[in-house]
Design a protein around this ligand. Sequence first.
Ligand code: PLP
Length: 436
Amino acid sequence: MDGYKGKSCRFCRKDGIVVMNEKKVPFTETQIREIIKQYPTPFHIYDEKAIIDNVRKLINAFSWAYDFKEYFAIKATPNPYIMRLLQNEGVGADCSSLPELILCEKVGIGGRDIVFSSNDTPYEEYQKALEMGALINLDDISLIDYLEENGPLPEWMCVRYNPGPLLQGGNDIIGVPEEAKYGMTREQIFEALTILQTKGVKHFGLHTMVVSNELNAGGLIHTAKMMFELAAEVHHTLGIDIEFLDFGGGIGLPYRPEENFVDYAELSAGIRRYFEEIMEPVGLHRTRISFECGRAITGPYGYLVTTAIHHKHIWKEYIGVDASMANLMRPGMYGSYHHLTVMGKEEAPLDHVYDVTGSLCENCDKFAIDRKLPKIEDGDILAIHDTGAHGHSMGFNYNGKLRSAELLLHEDGTVTQIRRAETVDDLFATIDFSAL
Ligand SMILES: *Cc1c(COP(=O)(O)O)cnc(C)c1O
């Protein structure tokens, strides 16, 4: 299952697996064992320099644009220390809940450095976003009345587009937007903009998100083209100059070694071509273009580090580790592949086949199924790759499991704990045992 017998052998390893990205870990076994002495497993550890280098690369790729902005999707890694790193690089925040807005406030991210891309939103959350001067991205036309009933409309407003069956020429991964709950139809976009204009809104944006975990630059470029065309048509029919375009998140992560990273240069060149072709002729050359990526920003640079604690041989061979699906939900929930490195055995032959499991009373609590790995002994340290986004943040407490610590690995090899592990007291903090 995990191997991919490719035709090209430029990236072939001896065992015939095509390797397009190297799946290396940024620490040695000795280093990680030192860290574990202070911070017991399991924990997520994030590679600071790699995160910064990557986001710089993304931003530099769009240096041609009059105004380019990445708004980090906070839900991917809602940790203020990670947010601060990104803030220092000029990155804003994409929020969709009150606690995410509060995190921004703590970090000092405010105003239109925040886009509030929420849906089904209670007014108190809008109120906070408005107080902070965030750019509100309206998910539905009915929300214009809802906002007005509760208070004044802001001067800036963005509307979220759902192209539904009108989306054509994309690729398989785009799926079917008409099944997605987000955004407004094309007609509603024009109607909403007209209403907002008559109500005194002065600055307008358009948003969409129609791809997720997309590794094909073409699919992402297509989204941009669709939005440029929409902006040009809005300009033509309503005389509104869209000042802000947001293509959502969705830049993919090559979870499997045989997959490849999205080439930012290729992505940028494709978007540039359509920007020059569609936006510039109608005078929209100063429109901000933006993404709200989470996964691509931090995902590849986080690792869930866990210790093998049990062996079990029944109908299959199992390795039990001290992390569980409560620390990383993606494999159990989506059947997602996450690469595994057994520390110190990076070069050892992959001559064993294991299921690597956590301790939840759920059979889907497996980090790997039928995975070819080196022989694993109890006490071996495993690094589960690509947990820097939608990893710790999707954690939960089912079966009384505790969420782990988060560590930041600095370039000099030192570590800062940026969130401690939960304790049993944290778990029971909402129960008043004295009233029992
Ligand atoms: C989840 C989400 C994102 C981030 O998606 P990634 O896959 O992490 O890039 C961005 N915008 C919105 C509105 C989202 O719901």
